[in-house]
Design a protein around this ligand. Structure first.
Ligand SMILES: [Fe+2]
Length: 566
């Protein structure tokens, strides 16, 4: 049975293909259309399908459109109608307004027919609407290593709920908790991002900033905006937050003037970020504690955009009392494409799950011929080398910035060793060099290391093994005496958002880091995504393009080495 999972309701459009319950290909549309998050979340565009990602999945599997048996779409169209008449502050014609929600609903209804014209063969009759949060929960639980687990979903909003929890047992997910809009952690992050002069997608920046601040300074003021509630979990005063309006005036009354984009970042901004981070951690720990008392869960699966908060994840791992936590790498809305397909396979048809997601390499790959063709279309010359991991490690140890493009593309927002820029973690100036030559990121943002799994414990305090630490989803303290040796990858709070790399999962990347270890005595490299203010590169042509216009010193496309002065 071939099931195509699709997400396009809000943003992070994606497609995932399951064949007989096994994931074959999973692609985010942004990598193909080269627009970050694929599209903005708007009432007039849910019907804009990830056509490039769908094609990439079919091509990878060698299938034709008529080979798809079922389409699973990660949104339940009728659930959204509850959103009308909830907000006092909104934009007429936008989210929450009668006209806006009506338009959104109408556009959603167009999707089955659009897929029919794309895939043909009566697919409209084999189209399944899947609740957004069930799709999130399924995306984690049904490919986790656990038979039983608490599946916790935390995002901005699904159809109407912002947090849901499920009791996952083998082939079923039973809802055991729901918190409706406007009490939303995800939207708190989006709104405070905007108030602090960042894009609403910059939760990762805010999380990085929070480590510089004191969560106590604004603790009392913050309680007017959002507070823990004995009965429901927590509440938000939406007269202050105004989630569906760009208006920040009530937040300004509470915390002071909003920061303009690009303006200086002050202690106030850092303290607000720290308060939000602490509130998020408190909410998650309280909820897990309550649910564990009722259901005796041993395992936790996390999904939704908030599951990308590696600081909160590490706090959960240390203090929430689970034996193990699993998070799949595309925990954001892109992952619902996978989850919708898994829901149809497991819940709808009662099949056993077909795989454990122990790596992130589910995207397209490019063969020798495609690489040669892409190089030939540029003025660069490539040298084929027999020892690419060794050569790359040597260059990194000499202070070079290396583009490392290998095999299948990662899914999820992190580059994990196949579409990565790699450099030396030992150099304290490397963060500044990377930002100046390529990345153009804010200076306060940390870079992360990829460390070979067998030596990770020597350098970092890792409380428990989790597959999710292979996906760069936990920030761990560095061990005493270690951080001085790797200043480029340690944050101000002495933690590192590490990626553990095992030989079994990515032997080539493991070989590169092991070679760097032999040269330097340090079993890790600095790993940042292969991009400059754009989606991560997908194809050899994308990589060559970014290479040509940035300060990357050397590029490995498979075994082909390309240097700037060639
Ligand atoms: Fe979501």
């Amino acid at each position: 049975m071939n099931i195509l999972g699709i997400n396009s309701a809000y943003h992070e459009s994606a497609a995932a293909l399951l064949i007989d319950g096994k994931l074959v290909c999973f692609v985010e549309e942004e990598r193909i259309n080269r627009i970050k998050h694929a599209k903005q979340s708007r009432v007039d565009n849910p019907h804009v399908l990830p056509e490039g990602a769908i094609r990439a999945c079919l091509d990878y599997a060698g299938l034709k459109p008529h080979d798809i048996d079922y389409c699973a779409y990660s949104f339940a169209q009728n659930g959204r109608l509850q959103n009308v008449d909830v907000d006092t502050h909104l934009v007429q014609g936008g989210w929450g307004s009668p006209e806006g929600e009506k338009l959104f609903h109408a556009r959603l209804q167009e999707i089955p027919a659009r897929l029919e014209s794309l895939l043909g063969h009566g697919i409209e009759g084999r189209f399944v609407w899947v609740d957004h949060h069930i799709a999130h929960a399924a995306s984690a639980f049904y490919c986790s290593p656990f038979d039983d687990a608490l599946a916790l979903v935390v995002d901005g909003i699904g159809e109407f709920d912002s947090i849901t929890a499920y009791n996952g047992t083998k082939k079923t997910l039973e809802k055991i908790f729901a918190l409706p809009y406007p009490h939303s952690l995800g939207f708190l992050w989006e709104k405070i991002c905007s108030y602090l002069g960042f894009s609403e997608y910059d939760a990762c920046k805010l999380m990085g900033l929070s480590s510089y601040g004191d969560p106590l300074v604004f603790a009392e003021s913050f309680k007017k905006l959002a507070w823990i509630d004995e009965n429901t979990l927590f509440k938000v005063d939406n007269n202050i937050a105004r989630f569906r309006s760009p208006d920040c005036s009530a937040l300004e009354k509470l915390f002071g003037p909003a920061r303009k984009p690009g303006a200086e970042i002050t202690a106030t901004h850092k303290n607000i970020a720290a308060t939000l981070q602490k509130f998020t951690e408190d909410v998650l720990l309280i909820l897990c504690d309550r649910l564990k008392k009722q259901h005796k869960f041993k395992h936790l699966c996390l999904a939704g955009g908030t599951a990308l908060n590696c600081v909160a994840n590490a706090i959960m791992q240390k203090h929430a009392g689970f034996d193990e936590i699993f998070i799949q790498p595309a925990a954001n809305d892109a992952g619902t494409a996978l989850g919708a397909a898994l829901h149809v396979w497991c819940d709808k048809f009662g099949n056993s799950r077909g795989f454990v997601m122990n790596h992130s390499l589910w995207g397209p790959d490019f063969d020798e011929e495609a690489i040669q063709k892409a190089v030939a279309a540029t003025s660069f010359r490539a040298e084929k080398v027999a020892d690419a991991p060794e050569r790359a490690a040597r260059m990194i140890s000499e202070g070079k910035i290396v583009g490392w493009f290998q095999g299948r593309m990662e899914t999820g927002p992190r580059a994990l060793g196949n579409r990565s820029l790699l450099t030396d973690p030992r150099r304290s100036d490397m963060r500044e060099i990377l930002n100046r030559k390529i990345k153009h990121r804010e200076d306060f943002r940390p870079f992360a290391p990829s460390v070979i799994a067998e030596k990770a414990h020597d350098w970092f305090e890792i409380p428990a093994r989790s597959i999710a630490s292979d996906f760069m989803l936990f920030a761990y303290p560095t061990r005493k005496g270690c951080h001085e040796q790797i200043p480029a990858v340690v944050h101000v709070d002495n933690t590192s958002r590490i990626q553990t790399v095992s030989k079994e999962v990515n032997p080539r990347y493991h070989a590169l880091i092991s070679a760097f270890d032999r040269i330097t005595g340090v079993p890790m490299v600095l790993n940042t995504s292969f991009n400059d203010s754009e989606p991560i590169v997908m194809s050899p042509a994308d990589a060559l393009n970014t290479f040509s216009r940035t300060g990357i010193d050397a590029l490995f496309l498979g075994d082909h080495l390309i240097l700037k002065d060639n």
